[in-house]
Design a protein around this ligand. Structure first.
Ligand SMILES: Nc1nc2c(ncn2[C@@H]2O[C@H](COP(=O)(O)OP(=O)(O)O)[C@@H](O)[C@H]2O)c(=O)[nH]1
Ligand SMILES: [Mg+2]
Length: 227
């Protein structure tokens, strides 16, 4: 039976922490608010980005880093909304890491960027373990995935500050009990904010947009204080 070499795993995570800290310094120096957006495949990450960009891009400078195993399909979807987007292909890798973000940053012009959103690879497990230097981790659970996911993938639900429950327009058609979703997330993460949204209809977007605008304004103030 293959043995797992624990020190090697620890070293990989420690090396990643160093790179993530470098990224964070870069973001803080530039006064950019950075989100690491995670979910399982298809929960609605790119749809959330599209709707968020439509609502905010007139007022806030936005850039996106897209992470996928293959293709530049999502980066193209974002570019169509008129903002900078860089695609990372992990070539089979199930998560983004600090080094990939450093490389992607070289391809972005951060001069007028206030908000950088990193769409992680669709996966509820590995992205939770790798910091990228972001300020906030956000996750999306879609109602089509069912109300049991907090029981099965607890770490992802524990580490996120905002948990968006998406596709609420489909609630009448699927067996997802929102009371159970809220209770199970609450047991794992008492501080996490749960927001119910539909990227299709735009329902529930107002609190999400206000949260982003407040965070961006806070980071801009920090930048103004430094320069
Ligand atoms: N009905 C419904 N469909 C949605 C919603 N959000 C996303 N979708 C659809 O779900 C699919 C996956 O969305 P996408 O944003 O690509 O997910 P990602 O893989 O997490 O980036 C697409 O067909 C979207 O149109 C929603 O709120 N309601
Ligand atoms: Mg996507």
């Amino acid at each position: 039976m293959a043995q797992i070499n624990v020190p090697v795993v620890r070293n990989i995570l420690q090396a990643n922490e160093r790179l993530a800290a470098e990224n964070r310094r870069k973001f803080d120096d530039a006064g950019i608010f950075v989100i690491n957006l995670m979910s399982s495949p298809g929960a609605g990450k790119t749809s959330l980005l599209e709707k968020t960009i439509e609502a905010l891009s007139g007022r806030i400078g936005i850039a996106v880093i897209e992470g996928d195993i293959q293709s530049s399909y999502d980066a193209e979807r974002i570019q169509k909304k008129g903002v900078q987007a860089v695609q990372i292909n992990t070539d089979g890798g199930c998560h983004l890491d600090g080094n990939m973000i450093q490389i992607a940053l070289d391809a972005l012009d951060l001069a007028n960027v206030d908000l950088l959103i990193i769409e992680n690879v669709g996966n509820l497990v590995c992205p939770a373990e790798f910091n990228l230097g972001e300020h906030e981790k956000i996750m999306i659970l879609s109602v089509t995935e069912g109300d049991d996911k907090p029981l099965k993938y607890p770490l992802m639900f524990q580490i996120c500050s905002v948990l968006l429950v998406n596709k609420i327009d489909l609630l009448p058609y699927v067996d997802c009990d929102m009371a159970k979703v809220r209770e199970r997330i609450g047991q794992l993460n008492a501080k996490g904010r749960i927001l119910e949204v539909s990227c299709k209809t735009g329902e529930g977007f107002a609190p999400w947009l206000s949260w982003i605008e407040e965070k961006v304004a806070g980071h801009k103030k920090l930048r103004a204080g430094k320069h």
